[in-house]
Design a protein. Structure first.
Length: 172
């Protein structure tokens, strides 16, 4: 299952958040001076900020009726290893990103326990970045996943949205 499938199922309470890849908000504070940063990404900028906000709040909306994924996990979800398997090659990009995700999840533990001095600043910066780009646009990054994730992130931030006549979302 790909990352977005895991994310959307977790949002509905159908997949454990612990197995969704993590983007801590603080990585958004890394400046352009760093070799790998979010400023140099084209489409990734819109996705990353929204996903970092979603990752922080982990908003989960329980479904009104009984829905489950039992047909995908006949032996039960508890009996299945849900984490991504490492690459048999010891050194690979896959293993690097799996290690990085573990590091991010460790950082999230600190945030959940109130020991993360940059979290509020990073959340505010991500929020401001998104709101600045909504005005006069056809949607953040003009692609559906970035637009949908942005709306979920803004809802998680409890920012009320109204649709203006131009069709562009506007924070009110």
């Amino acid at each position: 299952m790909n990352t977005f499938s895991k994310l959307y199922l977790a949002l509905l309470g159908l997949f454990p958040w612990e197995y969704v890849p993590t983007i801590p908000c603080e990585v958004l504070l890394v400046g352009k001076w760093f070799h790998v940063n979010f400023w140099d990404m084209s489409n990734g900028r819109g996705h990353a900020r929204a996903l970092a906000i979603i990752n922080h709040f982990k908003p989960t909306r329980a479904l009104d009726h009984e829905v489950n994924l039992d047909e995908l996990y006949p032996a039960g979800m508890q009996e299945r290893e849900l984490s991504l398997a490492p690459d048999p090659e010891r050194i690979s990009w896959r293993n690097f990103f799996l290690w990085l995700d573990r590091l991010h999840k460790f950082a999230e533990w600190f945030a959940q326990n109130g020991i993360h001095p940059f979290r509020k600043r990073a959340l505010k910066k991500a929020e401001q970045w998104m709101l600045e780009r909504f005005e006069g646009s056809d949607g953040l990054a003009a692609i559906f996943p970035a637009m949908l994730n942005s709306l979920i992130a803004l809802k998680a931030l409890v920012i009320p949205m109204t649709i203006r006549k131009s069709g562009a979302p506007n924070a009110s």
